[in-house]
Design a protein around this ligand. Structure first.
Ligand code: NI
Length: 187
């Protein structure tokens, strides 16, 4: 089932998401729906708060990029209760976008290497050092679980320059190829 994507301005995107336990109701269905929703909107990552749920669940699909990045062939994973334990000092900048911020693309500086702890769909624990594009996507997605969005990393000047676009998203004055849930409905 395709779920509507909550847009910038929706309070759930600013909440700190909670860890879940294996008895969380219909988790398998939720994860399947998140994968379906992400594919429908051409995203590479989707965090539960973006579908209105303040819980620590993220899906990432880098297989869609595997033509350019063959190392990610078949890479489709769900992350339960992920936490970034460490960020290495070295960082780099790259343009990012977000399904909750349609029409906004800005360069964001992020750590090149991170250490993450999470559980997979079967609640098996993992502890990994991650680098490259996946490290960037993880930092973007896991930020969502701490109520953060990529625009929070921009300079005050850049933020000023996209202010009007942000207001339009809050007001629902946008056209999107996927199903969305803006804070205010544009009538
Ligand atoms: Ni995002």
């Amino acid at each position: 089932m395709i779920l509507p994507i909550y847009l910038y301005g929706q309070p759930v995107l600013r909440e700190t998401a909670k860890d879940i336990t294996p008895d969380y109701p219909e988790l398998k269905e939720l994860i399947a729906n998140m994968f379906e929703t992400m594919a429908e909107s051409d995203g590479v990552g989707l965090a539960a708060p973006q579908v209105g749920l303040p819980i620590r669940v993220v899906v990432i699909d880098l297989d869609v990029l595997s033509e350019d990045m063959p190392e990610y062939k078949g890479f489709r994973k769900a992350y339960i209760n992920p936490h970034i334990i460490e960020k290495e000092g070295d960082s780099c900048s790259m343009e990012e976008g977000c399904l909750s911020l349609p029409g906004i693309h800005e360069p964001v500086r992020r750590a090149k290497v991170i250490r993450v702890q999470y559980m997979d769909e079967n609640f098996e624990k993992h502890d990994e050092c991650v680098q490259g594009y996946l490290a960037r996507v993880m930092q973007h997605e896991f930020d969502h679980l701490d109520g953060k969005m990529f625009i929070d990393h921009l300079s005050p000047l850049r933020k000023q320059m996209i202010k009007r676009k942000l207001m339009n998203i809050v007001e629902g004055k946008i056209s999107c190829s996927y199903k969305v849930k803006p804070f205010r409905k544009n009538k």
